[in-house]
Design a protein around this ligand. Structure first.
Ligand code: SAH
Length: 483
């Protein structure tokens, strides 16, 4: 039991009425009664709600939304009828305008609170979030789990929040329209041919996931079946390897879908949460699909990392390039470069560009992408940024005018930050997918002689709580290089 200031007791199953006045990190509504805080999933800021307490602590409780008594002006009817159950979108009940405000505030507040920056200074340098004109159908990639329902029927859909229960659905509103037809074709093929779905509990069954990717500029579509395949493939009459029963029927149906370019099999026999295995076989069409980003053409294979929202990625990269202030002669280092998207885009406006990335396959792709786009002033290194950069600095005294970094959520390793400070580039452009670690790293860079000049959030994942941000830092002291 928990007590509030008025000595009222709150306990599990109590039903309360509260007005939602704030939004939590996971998009949940937050309300207060006499200083006692309630976290309520799917409640929207401004709603008056009735909610049932599920878990009560001393100063706060988690409650289940029972009824919206007076809806907020920011509440909207979600585009998707499984928005509440599905773990993919957390903000579909909130107007897109309010979502953008939430994300702008999230980046700003994290920088102020976690980075210890002056609020007024941050408010004067923050630029408005880059939103989408149409915040639906933006994802070029989806991985649908395959399973069975209570009656043994094949289903595909989405995991519920914090679980591996599949919520059936073929029509994801943030994915491409083609997903529905492709998934329905696959389900009916599996039913007709008694193809089993993988069962995570027992490790038995064949089809685990279906990966669908679309090149937005090319219209090319890729389907990859992730299967628990333990046998040896046999060759059909036409010489194609058979991994799935009556595979010819599946290929005939799928290849008739407009845009279909590549159908492949990915073998994953491990009992693991990692979706894809490393062995991929193309069973129809090409190995890769194409897409264009910042005027560069990229080949994307089932295993490559590629930004899932190409419309926003283009805007984000354009902003990063503008912050980099390139005039054609600069030396640029791009850390955490993936398949070299930012490195190659910057190389066109710089003298020389270097990319560093931990995954060897991504660096192979980056090098190939450079050749394919006729770029000769970009070089790539495989390894951890925190190892490659210090080593190259010590051994070769490498130099940079601009360093761009785009680390994963955990942010930048201190050894990489230290070397960046020693290299003392004029400008550092920091692309971040987690504003909490961004705030921590910005503080280290500013304490090391940089000034935070500009910050711009970018909405790469509408309807979810995630937000990207790009920041510009300029050197104010401690130079080891001219300029
Ligand atoms: N800039 C790229 C990729 C960003 S995602 C793009 O926009 O497409 C972050 C990348 O950092 C991933 O490709 C990941 O493999 C890589 N990475 C993760 N830890 C790393 C490390 N310690 N050193 C270098 N790269 C790392």
């Amino acid at each position: 039991m928990a007590k509030n200031n008025n000595d009222k007791l709150y306990a599990k199953n109590d039903v309360i009425e509260v007005t939602i006045t704030d939004i939590g990190n996971d998009g949940e509504g937050i309300g207060k009664i006499d200083g006692y805080t309630l976290f309520i999933k799917d409640a929207v800021i401004g709603d008056l709600v009735r909610a049932k307490i599920m878990k009560a602590k001393k100063n706060y409780a988690y409650a289940h939304l029972e009824e919206v008594i007076t809806p907020s002006k920011h509440r909207v009817v979600p585009a998707c009828n499984i928005a509440k159950q599905c773990g993919g979108c957390q903000l579909q009940f909130m107007s897109y305008e309010r979502q953008l405000q939430f994300k702008q505030d999230k980046v700003r507040n994290n920088i102020v609170r976690l980075g210890g920056f002056d609020p007024e200074e941050i408010d004067s340098i923050m630029e408005p979030i880059i939103g989408m004109d149409d915040p639906f159908e933006y994802r070029n990639k989806a991985q649908f789990p395959v399973g069975t329902d209570k009656n043994g029927k094949i289903i595909t859909g989405f995991y519920a929040g914090h679980s591996h229960n599949i919520i059936p659905g073929t029509d994801c509103k943030i994915g491409v329209k083609e997903n529905k037809e492709i998934l329905e074709t696959i389900i009916s093929y599996m039913e007709r041919n008694h193809v089993s779905a993988y069962d995570e509990e027992t490790g038995k069954g064949l089809v685990r996931h279906v990966l669908i990717r679309k090149g937005f500029t090319s219209g090319e579509i890729m389907v990859c079946f992730i299967i628990n395949y333990k046998g040896k493939s046999s060759s059909s009459k036409s010489g194609v390897q058979e991994y799935l029963p009556n595979q010819g029927e599946l290929i005939e149906k799928l290849s008739a879908i407009k845009g279909m370019t590549s159908i492949s099999i990915d073998i994953n026999t491990e009992k693991t949460n990692v979706i894809m295995g490393l062995e991929v076989h193309t069973i129809w069409g090409r190995d890769t699909i194409r897409d264009t980003l910042c005027g560069l053409e990229f080949n994307i294979s089932p295993l490559s990392f590629y930004q899932v929202n190409p419309v926003q990625a283009t805007k984000l990269y354009d902003q990063a390039i503008e912050y980099a202030g390139l005039t054609g002669n600069e030396t640029v280092w791009d850390l955490y470069c993936g398949i070299g998207t930012i490195t190659l885009a910057m190389s066109k406006k710089a003298g020389k560009a270097f990319g560093v990335e931990i995954i060897p396959q991504a660096i192979d792709d980056a090098k190939q992408n450079a050749v394919q786009n006729g770029i000769t002033n970009a070089e790539f290194y495989v390894g951890k940024a925190e190892e490659v950069l210090p080593q190259k600095y010590q051994e070769e005294g490498i130099y940079a005018d601009v360093i761009c970094i785009d680390p994963p959520r955990k942010g930048c390793d201190i050894a990489a930050l230290d070397t960046m400070l020693k290299m003392a580039p004029k400008r550092i452009v920091y692309v971040s997918c987690d504003s909490a670690t961004l705030a921590r790293d910005l503080r280290i860079l500013c304490d090391g002689g940089y000034k935070l000049e500009r910050v711009r959030p970018c909405d790469m994942f509408p309807m979810s709580v995630h937000v990207e941000a790009v920041s510009l830092l300029t050197r104010t002291k401690g130079t080891t290089s001219e300029g």
